[in-house]
Design a protein around this ligand. Structure first.
Ligand code: NAD
Length: 282
């Protein structure tokens, strides 16, 4: 029997717990989100983050900057937030408009306020199997789901499809640090089917609809679908051919309702963790 992993329920439980912890604090944790430009998907994501932060009991600030914001203006805002006591977490919503290069800015966020865990100090710590100030939200949420469903990681074959700095690479490091044998597949990988077929745990993060098909999945494998694609019918779907795989996988995440809600829950958890760290409460 395949278990459909309920990311929504798991995220709700985490958010409830965060709300309780926050209500006992003297000061509210503060999350500042920077949105540059008019990307429609980013606008929805930011609105959702703002809503969840308020529900968690945080101070939520969203800085909506115009498309033509200059490098200097954005650097000045990051500098201001780095020095502002009420801000514990700074999130720069990606993608940025074409004239702005993300690495020029992500490196300037104080690593102790780097709520996404993308600063080289945090990614370097992850690479070295040291404790970063925070772990990137989506990869952290994926590991939390595996743990929540008691899915063994150590000694298992994990295949991650996608090698982005946001998902593919950090989730690979987390799986490796938990003693999985990890293979990273990407756009230049030959014979994807043979590679994926070896996996006890499949994490697919490509944004390509139905890239993971039934013939790639070993019976009983745990299938984690990170992809978010808006179909022509307006509905969200993932990388995985869910309907045809759901009867052979041991565990599978739906889209929506799998990894997505966990990403937001982990963002709130990271904000709280940074607040506790900055206030010497942990
Ligand atoms: P990205 O575009 O930066 O990377 C895509 C990756 O897919 C690349 O590393 C590329 O090598 C790989 N790829 C492309 N074609 C391939 C092929 N034919 N075979 C194997 N690999 C191939 O993407 P990203 O930022 O990591 O996001 C991936 C997907 O996950 C997107 O749909 C994004 O919207 C989604 N996402 C979801 C969440 C969430 O919370 N659920 C969070 C972040 C990203």
């Amino acid at each position: 029997m395949t278990v459909i992993i309920d990311g929504r329920a798991c995220a709700e439980k985490i958010l409830e717990n965060i709300k309780i912890k926050t209500s006992k604090l003297n000061k509210k944790p503060g999350l500042s989100v920077i949105l540059v430009g008019e990307n429609p998907a980013s606008k929805v994501y930011v609105k959702n983050k703002e809503k969840k932060a308020i529900e968690a009991g945080f101070n939520s600030n969203v800085y909506r900057l115009p498309e033509n914001t200059s490098k200097l203006e954005l650097l000045n805002l990051i500098d201001k937030l780095n020095n502002e006591d009420n801000t514990d977490g700074i999130l720069l919503q990606l993608p940025l408009p074409k004239h702005l290069n993300p690495s020029d800015f992500l490196d300037k966020i104080d690593p102790k306020k780097d709520v996404d865990g993308f600063h080289p100090i945090n990614s370097g710590k992850l690479l070295n199997n040291e404790k970063p100030y925070v772990i990137p939200c989506t990869p952290k949420g994926i590991i939390r789901l595996l743990d929540e469903y008691n899915i063994e990681i150590a000694e298992k074959n994990a295949v991650v499809i996608g090698r982005s700095n946001i998902v593919g690479k950090p989730v690979s490091m987390l799986l490796l640090n938990k003693n999985a044998t990890v293979t990273i597949a990407h756009s230049k990988t030959k014979n994807l089917i043979d590679v994926v077929k070896q996996a006890d745990i499949i994490v697919s993060a490509t944004g390509i609809s139905n890239i993971i098909t039934k013939d790639m999945v070993k019976e009983g494998a745990a299938v984690i679908d990170v992809g978010i694609i808006r179909g022509e019918d307006g509905k969200l779907k993932g990388d995985v051919d869910f309907n045809n795989i759901k009867d052979i996988a041991g565990f599978i995440t739906p889209v929506p309702g799998g990894v997505g809600p966990m990403t937001i829950a982990m963002l709130m958890e990271n904000t709280l963790e940074l607040h506790l760290l900055r206030n010497n409460l942990c």
